[in-house]
Design a binder for this molecule. Structure first.
Ligand code: 5RP
Length: 220
């Protein structure tokens, strides 16, 4: 089974978590794109969606799904999103698509976070995937120096601006043994908008699409 087919399997399984008549939170990325395409068939079951990026908003609208503002939607019952890495505690690295800040906001505002991945995203220790950090442009060099002190090798994501008008530093070389603490430390640096570590609010359910069958995991 291809990686893309595994992503679609995970997206299919996430449909079981739809809450009829409720507003759904929708993430960003190629796995979520499968989910949005499948959701098009179920659009009458939900009251609409809150989107985590301009890209997902465009795809949701094209699928005929009403996109709502989080401020008017209130607490969401379910948020469905992908990840770049996931460990057994369902702590995640996200932000490969650069939408981490809005993703973290929608996840925080949701009662249940359903994460959909293919098997390649499962890791023992987070950090092989470069950790994305959204930074206010004027703080780029300062934040990069502070990240070096934490043992990382930050690289500016070339030619990329987030939906919020900021830049991304992708931090290589981290072995993240205490994700909750690192999330706090990086979030505490002046100029950091958001770090792509989802540890303080991990996923509640991890759906893993694989050739051997789709697996549902909850935190170990
Ligand atoms: C976007 C994200 C994505 O969820 C993450 O990059 C996974 O993407 P894909 O489903 O394309 O593998 O965090 O900011």
């Amino acid at each position: 089974m291809s990686q893309d087919a595994a992503k679609r399997k995970a997206a299919e399984a996430a449909l079981a978590y739809l809450e009829p008549g409720e507003v759904l939170g929708v993430g960003t990325g190629s796995t979520v794109n499968h989910f949005i395409d499948l959701l098009a068939e179920r659009k009458n079951d939900i009251a609409g969606a809150v989107s985590s990026s301009e890209a997902s908003t465009a795809r949701l609208k094209k699928a005929g799904i009403t996109v709502l503002d989080l401020n008017s939607a209130g607490t969401l019952s379910v948020y469905v999103d992908g990840a770049d890495e996931a460990n057994k505690h369902l702590q995640l690295i996200k932000g490969g698509g650069g939408a981490l800040t809005r993703e973290k906001i929608v996840a925080a505002a949701s009662r249940k976070f359903v994460c959909i991945v293919d098997e390649s995203k499962l890791v023992g220790v987070l950090g092989k995937f470069p950790l994305p950090i959204e930074v206010i442009p004027m703080a780029r060099s300062y934040v990069a120096r502070e990240l070096v002190k934490l043992g990382g090798r930050p690289e500016l994501r070339a030619g990329f601006t987030t939906d919020n008008g900021n830049v991304i530093l992708d931090v290589h070389g981290l072995e993240i043994l205490n994700a909750v603490e690192l999330e706090s430390r990086i979030n505490g640096l002046a100029g950091v908008v958001c770090v792509g570590l989802f540890a303080q609010r991990p996923a509640d359910v991890l759906i893993v699409g694989a050739a051997s069958g789709t697996r549902i995991q909850t935190a170990a």
